[in-house]
Ligand binder design. Structure first.
Ligand code: XIL
Length: 387
């Protein structure tokens, strides 16, 4: 091929790419800004019935993550909490770091306090979490090795699940075990339990939990399963593969926990793909729990009304799809009020403005996000029975 023709072909190719990028930019330009698309949305709800009761009419459990400190120190907050919530999950009190100050001692005090509070208020309680790569005590890396890993894992689960047997609605047995970026064909995250015990550590954990409390619902919990990105698509595929493998081996697993930490500035949301994924999970005979929903407002406009409108829009758009799935039996926000949210430290705003990711503001007033959750629950189909 002559030099000239090669040059013409290359130029045409570059022009083509250029035109494509331009077209998508123009398309983006034509797309209303997030602020604009939520600016006129009507977030009106009927009545002011608390979320827990709205959810109950649909056979759903509504609740939130909470810390012993925030409930013990703040009576008004505690009252609002049990008014809105039918189930609680300890934010950190049942993680290894809190439970295992030393290799041979268990500290159940904060967890017991929360269990007593829940019982006194007629709330159910979830357990979070028995196997996770974070929230580990300092001594873990120097004590746990391939010789004692199985015994350490079994002993931890038998002791903790046994201690709360009959008092826990559901346990997040394994949390965030998937990370396709680690390059394994099965998409499992490379971390100590996998290195010491191989992929079977997950099944070992579920069987040990079931043995210690045959009544508790056992959950595999994970994040970044919500959006239409290649990374999250790969995560959904790996999670389905894991669930299918566990079910095929008769592992006592009852549900998938979808954390749903939503991103206020994320527009790549594909309802069809999310619905299909949730249907696939349900087709394994598994329930689904939305376990940690909140909306990061880190990159959103500072104006509070604009920001609250976008955050509310994210809640409503996601929950409208997620709650359509009859296998979804529980919905928990990762906190109830902006007064106590991990995002204040994990995803603070550059402008220093307080973050607003949750249903109630720091004065415990219901926000548009509360309305959005109430609307999504009110419009959701009735499940046969909240389990
Ligand atoms: C977070 C807590 O909210 C923080 O207070 C703590 O410092 C770190 O962990 N996914 C999970 C939760 O499964 O356990 C995490 O909770 C948030 C992300």
């Amino acid at each position: 091929m002559t030099k000239n023709r090669k040059l013409i072909r290359r130029r045409t190719f570059v022009l083509g790419i250029g035109a494509f990028i331009l077209a998508s930019k123009i398309k983006d330009l034509n797309k209303p800004s997030q602020a604009a698309s939520y600016a006129n949305r009507n977030y009106a709800v009927v009545g002011n019935t608390p979320l827990r009761d709205r959810a109950a009419t649909k056979g759903l459990l509504y609740g939130a993550a909470v810390s012993q400190r925030s409930l013990a120190a703040d009576k008004t907050f505690a009252e609002r909490f049990s008014q809105e919530c039918a189930i609680l999950v300890p934010e950190s009190e049942l993680k290894w770091k809190a439970l295992r100050p030393t290799p041979d001692r268990f500290n159940f005090d904060p967890g017991d306090w929360l269990a007593k509070y829940a019982r006194s208020q007629g709330l159910l309680m979830r357990g979070h979490t028995l196997v996770w790569h974070e929230g580990l005590p300092e001594w873990f890396a120097s004590v746990v090795d391939s010789r004692n890993a199985q015994q350490m894992l079994r002993e931890h689960i038998a002791t903790v699940v046994g201690h709360y047997a009959g008092k826990i609605h559901s346990w997040d047995v394994v949390n965030e075990a998937i990370d396709p970026a680690d390059g394994r064909a099965d998409g499992l995250r490379q971390w100590p339990w996998l290195q010491f015990l191989g992929p079977d550590y997950i099944e070992i954990a579920f069987r040990a939990a079931h043995e210690a409390d045959p009544q508790a619902l056992l959950v595999y919990n994970d994040h970044r399963l919500e959006y239409d990105t290649s990374e999250e698509e790969a995560r959904r595929t790996a999670v389905l593969k894991l669930l299918e493998r566990l079910k095929s081996r008769g592992t006592p697993i009852h549900a998938l926990g979808m954390q749903a930490h939503l991103r206020g500035d994320e527009t790549r949301f594909n309802a069809k793909k999310l619905r299909a994924f949730m249907r696939d999970v349900a087709s394994f005979g598994l329930k689904i729990m939305i376990t940690e929903v909140d909306v990061t407002d880190q990159k959103l406009p500072k104006d509070i009304d604009t920001r609250d409108r976008i955050v509310a829009g994210m809640y409503e758009d996601y929950l409208a799809v997620a709650l359509e799935e009859p296998a979804v039996t529980a919905l928990l926000t990762w906190g109830l009020s902006d007064r106590n949210t991990w995002l204040s430290s994990y995803k603070p705003r550059e402008d220093g403005a307080p973050v607003r990711p949750l249903p109630l503001d720091a004065q415990l007033k219901r926000k548009l996000a509360w309305n959005a959750i109430a609307r999504a629950v009110d419009n959701a189909p009735i499940r046969n029975q909240a389990s």
